[in-house]
Design a binder for this molecule. Sequence first.
Ligand SMILES: [Ca+2]
Ligand SMILES: [Ca+2]
Length: 216
Amino acid sequence: MKTTQKTALSFSIAAMLILPLSIASASHSSTMTVKITNISNVVFTPPIVALCKKRIQPIAKVGSPASNELEPLAEGGDTSALANIFDYNACNYVTSATPIPPGESITLELTGRRQHYLHMASMLLPTNDGFIYSSGHKVKHIKKQGGLALRSYDAGTEFNDELCANIPGPQCGGEGFNATREDNNFIKPHPGIQGAADVSAATYNWGEPVAYIEIN
Ligand SMILES: [Ca+2]
Ligand SMILES: [Ca+2]
């Protein structure tokens, strides 16, 4: 009897020792690589990529007006307001140092867990307010399905006049963010380049999807 009790006690002590270690191992953060590939005819501005522990408001909601944080990204490639959201929610995030030209990819490293939620956004150049985003998918789900294909969206915050004066970046050099919003002030699938003014549809128009994200 005494022996049995001693054995039971030994097991429970062993369990206490092992359990916290296994919990720590299951929730351990690791360095992940997020690879973004541009499969369009337009350039992606340096993207911002975040991994968040909690579920947070998505970067964009199709059919709703763009947030004041999304507007400067979609019109000017400025990620700083989105970075503030990620800071506020204690997410890990990185911003690429370079844009992603058509047919090329970049790989960014950041620390996270399989349970974390991925968020990513980038502007499409040369467009008025075209952008791509991914928001709220769990890392483990993205990994399980081998990656995510992204479509393009129009932020609905700037009319698509396709005038270089209103398009920033190396192709046009025009204005980026402007607080004025277009009449149809909601996020919608991007209609592509129409060749309405300064931007060549033959050179820049694209099909869907426009990007692919993989996590390793
Ligand atoms: Ca627009
Ligand atoms: Ca605007």
